[in-house]
Design a protein around this ligand. Sequence first.
Ligand code: DPP
Ligand code: ZN
Length: 891
Amino acid sequence: PTTIHRRDYREYPFNIVNVALHFDLHETATRITSTLSISSKENQPADLVLNGEDIKLVSVAINGETLGEHQYSLNEQALVVPALQGQFELSIVSECNPAENSTLMGLYVSGNSFFTQCEAEGFRRITFFPDRPDVMSIYTVTICANKARYPYLLSNGNLCASTDLPNGRHQVTWEDPFRKPSYLFALVAGDFDIREKHATTQSGREVLLQVYSDKGSGHQTEWALESLENAMKWDETRFGLELDLNRFMIVAVRDFNMGAMENKGLNIFNAAYVLADPNTATDANYEGIESVIGHEYFHNWTGNRITCRDWFQLSLKEGLTVFRDQEFSADMMARNLDNSAAASARAIKRIDDVTRLRTAQFPEDAGPMAHPIRPESYQEIANFYTATIYEKGAEVIRMQHTLLGEEGFRAGMDEYFRRHDGQAVTCDDFINVMESVYTQRNPGKDLTLFRNWYSQAGTPRVTVQLNYDQAQQRCSVTLTQSCAPVGVEKLQDGFIKQPFHIPFAMGFISQSGQPLMLQFEGRQQSTVLLELKEESQTWHFEQIAERPIPSLLRDFSAPVIVAYSWTNQELAILCAHDSNPFARWEAVQALSARELLRIATTLAQGAPAELDPTLLQVWQTNLTDPNLDAGYRAWLLTLPPEKILAEGMNPIEPVAIAKARDFVRQELARGLLDLWLQTLCQNETPGSYSPDPLSAGRRSLKNLALAYLLSIQNPPAIQAAFAQYQNADNMTDRMGALSALVSHYEGDERDEALAQFYEQWQHDPLVVDKWFALQANARHTTAQTIQGLMAHPAFNLRNPNRARSLIFQFCLNNTEGLHKEDGSGYALWVEQVIALDSINPEIAARLARVMDNWSRYSPALKTGMQQALKRVEAHPGLSKNVFEIVSKALN
Ligand code: DPP
Ligand code: ZN
């Protein structure tokens, strides 16, 4: 496979001014006529290169004259018409087979409907076209299909004509008034339930908001429509950005590779991010729906109005839009709360996002796929829809927000739209705009060094050194940064990593737990923002009466790893008193990670473990502190996930980590039994279900207590879990109880409950996904269990949600099952990567990434992992998606 480099970017030599598409929809043979009005950019002939994959060319004509076969060339990837110049009209007729398209890229059938997915390179599976984001055109789309089967025919923009045809067919025409790249094209045809609402924009325009879903699922779209309206209002208020179309449609589809897609005016969503009702969706599902609906809606400006010049700039739209959806969710969560509840609601959101970054992105940034948020090269762009582009990309935007401040950032965004609306631009264009505002507001400062976040990969480590001088009452803080070359950086001769510009927020806490005020930049502040721009820098703070305890990287002000050697006692003080709620949670994480890793090492050596009483003390404080909201308390009482712990262990002993977590959980359950039982009783949520953050917080604390108590098989808690399972009026409580039982309880009633759950919910695919996922994650589930479940009539490898719920859940989260000594976990992985690859390479490549960090595992495991990778690599006919992943892992 060829590698594509950022430095090789060349402008496309033609403008494609207008695109007229005519679809004659049939399940197994859809005929597409594409008429392009084209003009050369230059005064000399150039080859017209049109991408096309897996489609059949029927004819090609220029200005109405059909070309003979000698007048163009055609291969597996492209149609080339040589030496064209001036203005002309090109017409192409081609055919594709939507029913047989299991890649879910291009035009495909799901259930009884047609859908498209074009980002990144799916449009070339529909018609021959310069399928690259910098070619922007005005689209007119005509769709013709059987009227009874496909009463709704949708595309981007505004509906402008609709007529009945002979033979039971009908035809509609859509016009999108905005220029767009091909990846934002969409088409949907089918029969749907519709929920809709008229809303008025800031400037007083009336718009129609619609959610389309499978027949019979219309009662599950209320939350989606409400979230869409909230997103619309939020973008107006926070960024002054208004919906630019008269109608905005969301369509839910059961078979979808991603979460959702921001096609202009016609967002297509994985049903998992649309459908919810209290009985089938959990609090986490409700949150996920709100955030993804927000995300896709926000793309209308950050992504669609201003798009990417090429796919190396993906983070231009994704990092920025993730930042925007994170802020949207935080604002929604903090809405209507008093100051302190709002602060903990925001902290919860931040904790959640940082946890995601640390579990998914930090390992990526330390492994063979490590890449800067603006990569330099790729083989398959679909492999670069990564945690780095999205989550780290959002952190890089957040740092700019921190450096500019809310007002400055908003001024920067305004300027970004002023300069670039309607264009396909680069990350450099974005940072240039932000820098112009930054420099104007902070004379003498610039973002030169900050740009290294775009060009260098890896997670920087910031080592902190504190020197306290009692006589001078002075405390100095030295920050030192380092970041070893990672991923492709390691392969480049003479590569020297430059320092990053790191905004580092910190404060001091006294030995008695009080926040200290610091004199900094002419003001008294409890949190100061240090800007680390060299390898090492020192700051001095005066009038510090005693040796303080540093509270570091508050609110996670930069995506870095902090190294500081607090004593356990100092950490315990921060765990109980840090006035910054995010940093207080961090202290708990640091202390418990330290303890868990110590115990994991002990267990790996076969020695008996014992819990440090400090941790028990911290848990007791956080179970009883009267000032904590339930949801925030739940986070304070949650042990760090295995994947985060693994990043702190060398070599990684995954099973020892899992066992250490079990051990600590049980010790904390046993040592604080009464408090857990009280917590269980005190967090009921009476009344009918509401997904609001306070109620969700209570449910999460209650279900956490249940999990702790069941880990020691506490009999009253087992009873409580069964009662909760039977009586729950919402899915969060039902799943909370069932998952605690499935994870920790061995009796027959457990299997009865699981069987009953399936019986009750088998008609709802998203709930059946939950049922598979529960079992995939359960202790004692082995590869054989998974094989058994794959034989269940409800299992279907072609449906990505189903594959994810069973196979991905097992390979990603069931540590003991995957790493079983008999090699059965690895064998299952090999088999399923290969099986999926022949159906859907994009999904297969995601599963392939499970083995990324094999070389960091203990010797007993890494050989097996490496062999598994080699078996996949040796498989004939591998897609370039999977090939890129496994070959980089083995390199
Ligand atoms: N649909 C994906 C997202 O919104 C890719 N653009 O992130
Ligand atoms: Zn996105």
